[in-house]
Design a protein around this ligand. Structure first.
Ligand SMILES: Nc1ncnc2c1ncn2[C@@H]1O[C@H](COP(=O)(O)OP(=O)(O)O)[C@@H](O)[C@H]1O
Ligand SMILES: CC(=O)OP(=O)(O)O
Ligand SMILES: [Mg+2]
Length: 392
């Protein structure tokens, strides 16, 4: 019994075939650099596997290739052992507070929400369409990044903009990465053996976001109407004065699409250093590149600003948890962020922080005022379990 989880993202398709009860990963793979000259596909199934180098022109071809690799190399997706296909969808707007079985109307809703998830929803839609066409006899379930944040208090979700305009155009904070924030905060509760926790979860990947979670429910999160707001990201600005838009339109003559591309794809670490990948930025900084050194400081400063704000909003803080690509692997980032909180008595053990491990772990010293943890996220397992719970 297994669930195929598909994350058809902006420039890649990631997938895993998972046993939702045991968490065992039966097969997995990745299609990278879609639309670029040098595409790459990797499919792994136990001892078997296949790597293909060459251009992948678009998501449709990428997805079709993935599904054909399952039939060629295994395991078969058509022999009845797959109970569901779980698709990650970033933007569910106000319409979804949990997983949903895909039908034509759900698909149309995801399409309608593309303007609110411009980097993600169009790519998700292609993944869903190809998978439904080629695997019509398996239930398809969508699991939304926004679902965990549908219960945000109004005071956190409401923007101070004209009410009529906000209502008509469905403008509010929807958040994103919610599947990860929910999974990780749940694991923290298990590890610390307590449900009554005021937590901050730092999901620091290429996209990055922070959430405040009280007793298992989200009360704040940094991504907003779209996944552009909040932390500095690989290619996104995060928080910026919206007047920068007016200023660049008026003085630089940039149009809305150019500004969208600049803010979503040409900013963040990429805009500050030329590189969007944290490892590349660290290498530049180690070589003495001043732009990279400054970018890392801006990056950590923004994270600390949110930690302070969210601790105040929750009236106290019990745990800070790092997750996702950089959060799990970048010990220098964790040391920098926690070092900036020394005045509040937050302390980590340097050896525990530097140790390489894939296991969830506590980094804080026994006398730290706040528990500090690293918990690897597992959005795929969370999606597989939610998909299974819906079809069972
Ligand atoms: N060892 C590492 N040190 C620093 N950053 C890392 C390390 N490993 C991965 N990362 C960073 O994690 C980010 C990707 O995170 P990930 O959660 O996989 O993102 P996404 O799901 O958005 O593609 C990249 O910026 C990458 O450089
Ligand atoms: C919402 C979001 O930013 O997702 P990702 O990190 O996969 O780009
Ligand atoms: Mg991610």
């Amino acid at each position: 019994m297994s669930v195929l989880v598909i994350n058809s993202g902006s420039s890649s398709i990631k997938y895993k075939l998972i046993n939702p009860s045991s968490g065992e990963e039966v097969a997995s793979g990745l299609v990278e650099r879609i639309g670029e000259e040098t595409g790459h596909i990797k499919h792994e199934y136990g001892e078997k596997g296949r790597e293909i180098d060459g251009p992948v022109p678009d998501h449709t071809v990428g997805m079709e290739t993935v599904l054909s690799l399952f039939e060629e190399i295994g395991p078969s997706l058509t022999d009845g052992s797959i109970k569901a296909i779980g698709h990650r969808v970033v933007q569910g707007g106000k319409y979804f507070d949990g997983p949903a079985l895909v039908d034509d109307s759900v698909e149309a809703r995801i399409e309608q929400l593309c303007p609110l998830g411009p980097l993600h929803n169009p790519a998700h839609l292609i993944g869903i369409r190809v998978a439904r066409r080629l695997l019509p006899n398996v239930p398809h379930v969508v699991v939304f990044d926004t679902a965990f944040f549908q219960s945000l208090p109004d005071e956190a979700a409401t923007y101070a903009i004209d009410r009529e305009i906000a209502e008509k155009h469905e403008i509010r904070r929807y958040g994103a990465h919610g599947t990860s924030h929910q999974y990780v905060s749940g694991r923290v509760s298990e590890i610390l053996g307590r449900d009554d926790l005021r937590q901050i979860v730092l999901h620091i990947g290429n996209g990055a976001s922070v959430s405040a979670v009280v007793n298992g429910s989200a009360v704040e999160t940094s991504m907003g109407l779209t996944p552009l707001e909040g932390l500095v990201m690989g290619t996104r600005t995060g928080d910026i004065d919206p007047a920068v838009v007016f200023h660049l339109a008026r003085t630089a003559g940039m149009d809305i699409d150019e500004l969208d591309t600049l803010f979503n794809r040409g900013s963040g670490l990429k805009g500050l250093t030329g590189q969007n990948d944290m490892r590349a930025v660290r290498t530049l900084a180690a070589e003495g590149d001043e732009n990279a050194i400054e970018a890392l400081a801006v990056y950590a400063h923004r994270i600390v600003k949110y930690i302070g704000a969210y601790a105040a909003i929750m009236g106290g803080l019990d745990a800070i948890t790092f997750t996702a690509g950089a959060g799990e692997n970048d010990a220098d980032l964790r040391a920098d962020v926690i070092g900036r909180l020394a005045g509040f008595g937050v302390k980590i053990n340097a050896d525990l922080n530097a140790a390489r491990s894939k296991e969830p772990r506590i980094l804080s010293t026994p006398d730290s005022t706040v528990a500090v943890l690293v918990v690897p996220t597992n959005e795929e397992l969370a999606i597989a379990r939610q998909a299974m719970s819906l079809v069972e």
